[in-house]
Design a protein around this ligand. Structure first.
Ligand code: FAD
Length: 412
């Protein structure tokens, strides 16, 4: 680490950290990014939403992602396909009501995250892998961080502002006692990568597949195709769902064999990245910012994987925080609650209502209802494309109540 004092220290070089680092460095700030792991490294969270493309562009990173798409087998994505028994429906992002891009990618995160981190370095940020933030102490202006370097030495570095983008590491929530329980029940995901070139019809590699378990409506599968004939496959449910099996891999493949659409074209013999599981990933915090620090992406809040909203929220949080950090560094006083938390949480709330509606069945009633009303479908499509902050879309306002009304209409 070159200096003992930086304008901004960013904890974590995932999408949120890299996106913030690139913009702050380009604005002429001295930025240190501290990343615990060595990149490239695997991460879950492979299906992006079109709204994310706007933030990648804003951070000056979109050209690099587009240029790498073919080499890295990023899969062009233009929608979502939902399966439930015989029921099947697709959402084409081109039919959304919100302005903005209508396509994106499904990405292998080891490559995607590496490209973003390299972009941040090219913009001028100093980035160190295998360095881990372990302590924080307030100074009269800013904070002093205790950083364990790759040689296991503990070093102290000061920052005028700290951005925590440590994802599930949740560094500042733990160190500053900011953690709050998530409103969602504990759920477990079991996932792997699998070769699947031959797909059963109807299938379109351009769409993420979300398939519901035939007997248990709150259990669902994802299939996220990549451009090289492989795909990410996962199942999500309450943790007891895997109790009856020898291990997580057995649970995944037994459950896949019960899902009539998926079982035809994904097979255990075709696994290329071993099955692994994650439990209890939903998280919340008491506050998203405080004196001299703010939390980005998953270091703040994580809802649920069902709408692939995680990376989009992470990138949006970075783009919202950067101008505020710049103002604060320029000596202005910033109301982080009103200017960061409230507007960021508005869209997160929309996703929250849709996630709740997915698990209690209201949103599934709407998704699988036939015949679908084009106008309503287009507005819902906007949210599925990530535009959960679009105030012109009635479904971003009072979304819980609207979903209830819509699902009652579908049932009647
Ligand atoms: P991360 O990507 O987690 O990056 C945080 C970084 O901080 C890591 O590299 C980590 O090593 C580093 N770090 C941690 N602790 C420290 C420390 N002490 N010091 C230094 N560095 C540290 N999102 C989607 O958009 N699409 C999906 O399809 C999707 N599917 C998902 C499926 C599952 C089962 C789960 C659990 C999540 C899914 N997500 C998905 C969410 C997605 O994984 C996250 O929202 C996203 O990675 C958040 O980005 P981030 O930059 O906030 O954090």
């Amino acid at each position: 680490i070159k200096q003992r004092q930086y304008d901004v220290i960013i904890i974590g070089a995932g999408p949120a950290g890299a996106c913030a680092a690139a913009q702050l460095a380009r604005a002429g700030k001295q930025v240190l990014v501290v990343e615990r792991q060595q990149f490239p490294r695997f991460s879950i969270g492979e299906s992006l939403l079109p709204h994310a493309m706007q933030f990648l562009a804003q951070a000056g990173m979109l050209d690099a992602i587009n240029a790498a798409a073919e080499r890295c087998a990023f899969q062009f994505k233009d929608g979502a396909a939902f399966h439930n028994g015989e029921q099947y429906t697709t959402f084409d992002f081109s039919e959304k009501t919100s302005a903005g891009p209508s396509h994106t990618y499904q990405v292998k995160r080891e490559q995607f995250d590496l490209i973003l981190a390299e972009q941040a370095q090219q913009a001028g940020a100093e980035l160190h892998y295998q360095h881990s933030v372990e302590a924080i102490e307030p100074l009269s202006q800013g904070h002093r961080l205790g950083i364990r370097d790759s040689a296991q030495q503990l070093i102290q570095v000061d920052a005028r502002f700290v951005l925590d983008a440590s994802g599930f590491g949740r560094v500042l929530p733990k160190l500053l006692d900011l953690e709050a329980p998530s409103e969602f029940p504990v759920r477990k995901a079991i996932f792997c990568h699998v070769r699947c070139e031959q797909m059963a019809a109807p299938f379109n590699r351009n769409k993420i597949v979300i398939a519901v378990h035939p007997q248990q409506r709150d259990m669902w599968f994802w299939l996220i195709p990549f451009a090289d004939g492989t795909a990410s496959l996962g199942v999500v449910g309450e943790p007891r769902f895997s109790d009856d099996y020898a291990d997580a891999a057995d649970a995944l493949w037994q459950l896949v064999s019960e899902q009539p659409y998926l079982r035809d074209f994904v097979a255990r013999e075709q696994v290329i990245r071993a099955e692994q599981s994650l439990t209890g990933y939903s998280a919340n915090v008491k506050q998203l910012a405080g004196d001299g620090y703010a939390l980005l992406g998953n270091a703040g809040e994580f809802l649920d994987p069902v709408f692939s909203s995680g990376v989009t929220i992470a990138l949006r949080s970075a783009c919202q925080a950067v101008p505020l950090v710049l103002r604060e560094l320029a000596g202005e006083s910033v109301d982080w609650q009103q200017q960061y938390s409230v507007p960021l949480r508005r869209g997160i709330e929309t996703f929250r209502h849709f996630v709740e509606g997915w698990y209690d069945g209201r949103f599934q009633d709407v998704v699988f209802y036939e015949p679908q009303q084009a106008r309503i479908k287009a507005m819902i499509c906007s949210i599925l494309a990530g535009y959960a902050w679009d105030e012109n879309n009635p479904y971003t306002q009072d979304s819980g109540r609207r979903l209830t009304v819509l699902s009652e209409l579908c049932q009647s």
